[in-house]
Design a protein around this ligand. Sequence first.
Ligand code: GLN
Length: 477
Amino acid sequence: MPQCRSQSTSCNHFVDSERIHPASPPPQLLPSAKPFRLAVKDNIATAEFPTQCASRILRGHKSPYEATVVTQLRARGGIVVGKTNMDEFGMGSHATNSMHGAVSNHLSTDEPISAGGSSGGSAVAVMLGEADIALGTDTGGSIRLPASYTGAVGYRPSYGMISRYGVFPYANSLDTVGMLAREVKPILHLLVETKLDEEHDPNDPTSLSPASRRRCAKACPPLLEDMSKLTVGIPLEYNVAELDPIMRQAWAEAATALESAGVNIVPVSLPSTKEALCAYYVLAPAEASSNLAKYDGVRYGARGEHGDAGGDTLYSETRGAGFGPEVRRRILLGTYSLSSEAMDNYFVQAQKVRRLIRQDFDKVFKRDNPLQEAAQFDLSDMDAETALQDKQGPPQVDFLLSPTAMSFAPTLNDVLTKSSLEAYMGDVFTVPASLAGLPAVSVPSGRVGEGRLPLGLQLIGQYWDDKRVLAMAERLK
Ligand code: GLN
């Protein structure tokens, strides 16, 4: 088994929590079930272990139920091996904002380096061979960025495909549960052979209905046709000046390799990309501020020291001591952008940008967005018409190829000395697909950077085209 190269004995990727129960009763195994070791990010409820979201406010929290996705994976042979460390409530890009301390990349040598966040613990667990599959959550890139920094495969599904019941929300309209593994195959197996994508969960209001699932699946082309029938778009706006030259080269090499295999490569433009990061960092904190309001020491959350004082003191003590600085920053940011005087300038504008980003993607993909088709059908949505007109013109692609991150994994020291804003910049290539609810996979490129650090390439597909995105990612690897 590969060892953590960092100086300390552990990369701090698993949360050191006691088992609550010896093991959950095994669910009815599916005929396609094969045993595998499953690591679970600590914002996903398990019955066997506490679920603490790396937050003091949830220290020792025992969930009375298990997340649907955990039960679904156990029915497919998953054996939960532990909970993985993360950024508190999923807020961060380096798995450093945690009450358990930072995760360090298994590739660290003299100096600890970032494993990426927020699902950094899950990425390290699979890369060290301690789990075959790890569950993570991806709101704005939390699966794909750790995958890029550690050399793992990281998959973010179409929004609404995999149940979020039992997953502690960060930003509901963006949150997805996805997976990390060393290869694409085990993830693809869960979708293709065990049909995870067909499972609607009535407990999750954002889980796509069985009828919509059938309609979306019908609209999907066969798994992967002949490479010569495929077109991959290179989004020009991702070629930013700040992109590491080795990454740019790896991106170009991957495109050339696909071209030699017969794939048609075309440049495409997604003009609203440059607004995506700003829109994300208005919308995600706004939703977070509302989600986290329930942790007040009365309804939920471990009470602060002087909790008995009641009223405002109880709230401020509980929330001041329970939340870490990044979470507090997001709550303030979100509360401000939702306030009556700021709402129109920030939240509403960000929603408009989100719509433009979706339209950008819909314009370049060959396939229509199956959700958009539904919108056209009831003719109540003027934007559907605009989207239809916009569809004419630019090249039509099956997938988009970009780097996952702008740079290689930084040292933890670098992360700690830089501002939050600089960490936010690291999400620039991952947030557009998140805002559009599209499936995206990060796969390690064959190329490595200085110190042999890996780098990820991102493939994005049209809504519900997850299986083809994964199958294509397998060819990229
Ligand atoms: N880094 C981003 C953030 O902090 C994304 C996090 C995520 O996807 N959970 O919001």
